[in-house]
Design a protein. Structure first.
Ligand code: CA
Ligand code: CA
Length: 290
C-alpha cells in the first residue's frame, strides 16, 4: 500500500479523517514532501519565500485497524528512499546561531549513492525521518512540534532498521510522517538538515497489553527513550526518568541501581534543540537488559 504525498496534514489531530487504512502487520509506503512542501528547489529560493502555513507537511494520517486507545503502535522503518536533491537554509532568527545570522542563504545538496555533494565537500548520507507521530488524545499539535505522540522529534536514530513505538491515543492511531533528512547532525543546530523529499517504507504493528514509555526506539543493539520538554533540562529529565522506569519494569534493578547503570553505561544524547520543544534521548545497550 502507498500513501500519496497529496494527502498531508500540518497538525496531528484526532479529528483528521484517515486517508488510508491498513491492518496490523501490513507494509505501507509513505511518499513525503520535504519540510518546505517541495518549494525550495534552487539557491534562489530563500526562507522568506516559503509559505509557513504549509511547513512540515506530514503524509497521512493512516488508520491502523485494531489499534485501540492504550495500545502501542510499533513502526519498523524498513527503508527510506530519497530524491536526488535536497536543500538547507538559514535566515536571521533561525536556529542556535539565530542572532548572529545576517542574511538568508539556501544551499542545495546533490545526493549520489551514499554521499552528498554540498558546500564544496562530500558528507555521508544519513537518512532519517524528522516528523513521525500518532494523533494525540487532546488538542491538535502542529507537525513542527514534538511531544509524547511523536511529531517533529528530529532524532537521527529514526532511520532504516529502527523500530519506533508510539502511543495509540485515538482509535486507529492515525499515523503520519514527513520531513526526511538526507543528513542531520544531533542537535540540528540551524533548524534544518539536508531537507529532502522521498518515501518511507514501514511495517506497522499494533501491540496489545504492553507498556513502554513512548516515544521509544529499539535498534538491533540499543533501546532509547525519547522525551520532549520546553528546554533541554526538562527533556533530559523526562528521557532519563522514562528509561529508569523502563528498567525497573523489565529488569530486577531498583531505581537507584537503574540510575547507576545509566550513569555508567547509558548515553544521554540530544535529538534537536531548535523546535518549539527540545527533544533528548537516553540510550542503553540491550545487553544490559538481560
Ligand atoms: Ca524537523
Ligand atoms: Ca527538517
Amino acid at each position: 500500500m502507498r500513501v500519496s504525498k497529496q494527502h498531508v496534514v500540518y497538525q496531528m489531530h484526532r479529528d483528521h479523517p484517515a486517508v488510508a487504512s491498513c491492518r496490523s502487520g501490513d507494509t505501507v509506503i509513505f511518499e513525503t514532501c520535504d519540510c518546505f512542501h517541495d518549494s525550495v528547489r534552487s539557491s534562489t529560493d530563500l526562507v522568506s519565500g516559503v509559505d509557513f502555513s504549509r511547513i512540515n507537511p506530514a503524509t497521512g494520517p493512516l488508520f491502523v485497524e485494531g489499534a485501540e486507545v492504550g495500545d502501542l503502535l510499533k513502526v519498523d522503518i524498513l527503508s527510506i528512499r530519497l530524491e536526488s536533491q535536497g536543500a538547507i537554509v538559514s535566515a536571521p532568527g533561525l536556529g542556535r546561531l539565530a542572532d548572529l545570522i545576517g542574511k538568508e542563504l539556501t544551499v542545495i545538496g546533490e545526493v549520489s549513492g551514499d554521499s552528498i555533494r554540498i558546500l564544496g565537500r562530500e558528507i555521508p548520507v544519513r537518512k532519517m525521518v524528522g516528523v513521525i507521530g500518532t494523533a494525540p488524545a487532546g488538542e491538535a499539535v502542529p507537525t513542527g512540534s514534538p511531544h509524547d505522540h511523536g511529531g517533529n522529534l528530529d532524532c537521527t536514530e529514526i532511520r532504516e532498521g529502527a523500530s519506533l513505538y508510539l502511543p495509540v491515543e485515538v482509535e486507529g492511531a492515525l499515523l503520519a510522517m514527513g520531513d526526511l533528512h538526507a543528513s542531520m547532525g544531533d542537535g540540528e543546530i540551524m533548524g534544518a538538515g539536508l531537507e529532502i523529499a522521498g518515501e518511507v517504507e514501514v511495517r506497522v504493528e499494533v501491540i496489545k497489553n504492553r507498556k513502554l514509555p513512548t516515544p521509544f526506539i529499539e535498534t538491533p543493539d540499543r533501546v532509547m527513550t525519547l522525551a520532549s520538554g520546553k528546554n533541554m533540562e526538562e527533556a533530559a529529565d523526562r528521557a532519563v526518568r522514562n528509561m529508569a522506569e523502563y528498567l525497573m519494569q523489565t529488569t530486577e534493578l531498583s531505581l537507584e541501581e537503574a540510575g547507576m547503570l545509566l550513569s555508567m553505561a547509558g548515553d544521554l544524547r540530544v535529538c534537536q534543540i531548535v523546535n518549539p520543544n527540545m527533544t533528548m534521548r537516553m540510550e542503553l545497550d540491550k545487553r544490559y537488559l538481560a
